[in-house]
Design a protein around this ligand. Structure first.
Ligand code: ATP
Ligand code: MG
Length: 508
């Protein structure tokens, strides 16, 4: 046996939750081992046990690495052995440079003085290795998530990595960036680096993994070699969910009504650089019962468009008109937007969607406190009832509605964001990457809820980087490119190729 890692009978409990129960994981040297499972299955927890985030006295079971029993007391203990983890939520410091982030906590110091000249030249070398064409002095804040992910990997490489753990590295990346990252993993494999990849994007798993382990409810369900064949995704889903999932999208049969929402001649400038014209003359309309998608590459301006409309939460020098049911409305603050019936489910749940230290219950009712108040007093019973309803509806995995959101698994946090806006009972719901980090089964549940809302006559704007999702869910798709609408397609005529062609045509 040439296993680099053997985790035996790992059990980990949190107050009220058994996150892992007798989990076994064997990873062979030099392979890419995928770890998959539904939201809350225990994937991130298992990797936190491995990397010493949870020290050895906080779990039961044994970890053998390179044949030796390990008892990591802290992260730096596992790092010293070459085990490097890149967490689900990136941990870079926005206002520091790329180089500073790479060497943070690991500075090349001589006599306590950091040699920044040396640091920058080493950073440049590492950036070259991960294929990131940026100056090492650039601030993290000024590069997109795709590039930030590469900086995290460069940081991992700065530490002599032997086993690289990536927890959903591509969840916020577009197809091109994801592709590049997977290529990098394959290149690492050629260099003898072992990787553990956690992902909900099963097509990516099917493509690069050598071996797959499926977790369900904190237990190991199966480990099998990945044959890259056409049936592999279905096999993974079957083990993940415990049954076959024949369709990825629920059927849809909706009557489309009159126009409910219109945006006219919308223009927005960059929030800091007032001469950067980000959104240019955008027009968009939406009818009752309709689901309208917005496709585009990263940086096309989709999020900026959505946020600038929703209470001007992005940008400056905004001009244009918003109409609801034929009437021009003032949605210039978030309060006004919510009162007029707009809701915005954000792709960035940490920054805009949730109050992390607060309970699930409080987060769910946050956007519609009137709904759970008697006069000006919050009615706790009502609040509990509403929370129970949404926890059931969205199948949010938690020990109780009083659990702090920060302790939920990534996918379950996203469900809370969605629940919060669903409860605000919006006329128009703008969804920005709503299924990011969500497992296949929960995606289906979320799609079903979106369809129900549309069937009630709401209008839905659906922003997504996953084109199959747009094609599977929308009635009509707008294609955005560099801040403009590059075109529009009825879903029946749309295809991935046509959308890409629209984007590219506008580039040339
Ligand atoms: N610090 C914590 N306190 C309490 N419960 C926790 C804590 N961390 C995780 N859990 C619980 O442990 C279980 C496993 O969570 P984990 O984050 O490992 O899931 P996951 O498989 O990574 O899911 P996802 O795909 O959504 O990221 C969940 O029920 C979660 O709520
Ligand atoms: Mg996770």
């Amino acid at each position: 046996m040439n296993a680099i890692l053997e985790m035996r009978s790992i059990t980990k409990t949190f107050p009220g939750v058994k996150a892992l129960a007798d989990v076994n994981l064997t990873v062979e040297r030099g392979e890419i081992h995928a770890l998959v499972g539904e939201n809350g299955a225990g994937k991130s927890t298992l990797m936190k046990v491995l990397s010493g985030v949870y020290p050895h006295h906080q779990y039961d079971g044994d970890i053998f690495y390179n044949g030796e029993l390990q008892k990591f007391a802290k992260i730096s203990d596992s790092e010293a052995k070459g085990i490097i983890i890149i967490h689900q939520e990136l941990a870079l410091v926005p206002l520091l440079s790329i180089a500073e982030n790479i060497f943070l906590g690991n500075e090349t110091a001589t006599k306590g003085v950091i040699d920044w000249h040396e640091a920058h030249s080493r950073a440049t070398e590492l950036l070259r290795k991960v294929g990131l064409n940026e100056n090492s002095a650039t601030l993290i804040d000024n590069i997109g998530v795709g590039k930030q992910q590469l900086v995290e990997i460069a940081k991992a490489l700065s530490k002599e990595v032997e086993l690289l753990i990536l927890d959903e590295p591509t969840s916020s990346l577009n197809e091109n960036d994801s592709e590049a990252l997977l290529e990098l993993l394959l290149e690492f494999r050629r260099q003898g680096i072992t990787s553990i990849l956690i992902s909900h994007k099963l097509n990516e798993v099917a493509k690069v993994a050598d071996t797959i382990t499926v977790l369900r409810d904190g237990m190991t369900v199966s480990t099998f070699p990945c044959d890259h064949g056409p049936e592999i995704e279905n096999k993974i889903i079957k083990d993940m969910v415990g049954r076959e999932l024949t369709n990825r999208f629920p059927p849809r049969d909706v009557e489309i009504g009159d126009t409910v929402f219109e945006v006219k001649n919308w223009n927005v400038y960059h929030h800091i650089y007032s001469d950067r014209h980000l959104i240019r003359d955008v027009n968009l309309n939406l009818r009752a019962g309709e689901i309208v998608g917005i496709a585009g590459l990263m940086g096309a301006g989709r999020t900026e468009l959505a946020m600038s409309i929703f209470g001007r939460s992005y940008g400056q020098k905004i001009s244009g008109e918003v109409q609801l049911k034929g009437q021009q409305v003032d949605v210039s603050t978030i309060r006004k937007a919510v009162d007029r019936g707009l809701a915005y489910v954000t792709e960035d749940r940490k920054e805009y969607g949730l109050v992390l230290e607060n309970t699930i219950k409080n987060n769910l009712t946050l956007a519609n406190l009137d709904g759970v108040a008697k006069g000006s007093v919050l009615d706790d019973n009502e609040e509990r009832q509403v929370s129970r309803e949404y926890i059931d509806k969205l199948n949010i995995r938690c020990s109780s509605m009083l659990q702090e959101v920060v302790n939920l698994s990534g996918g379950n946090q996203q469900k809370v964001v969605l629940g919060k806006w669903l409860y605000s009972n919006p006329e128009v719901l703008i969804l920005d990457e709503p299924t990011r980090g969500i497992d296949v089964n929960a995606k289906y549940e979320i799609y079903t809820i979106i369809n129900e809302l549309a069937a009630q006559g709401r209008g839905i704007v659906f922003i997504s980087s996953e084109m199959p999702e747009l094609l599977g869910m929308c009635d009509r798709i707008y294609v955005m490119n560099e801040g403009r609408m590059a075109g529009e397609l009825p879903a029946a005529e749309a295809s991935q190729e046509k959308i890409m062609r629209m984007i590219l045509k506008n580039d040339g």
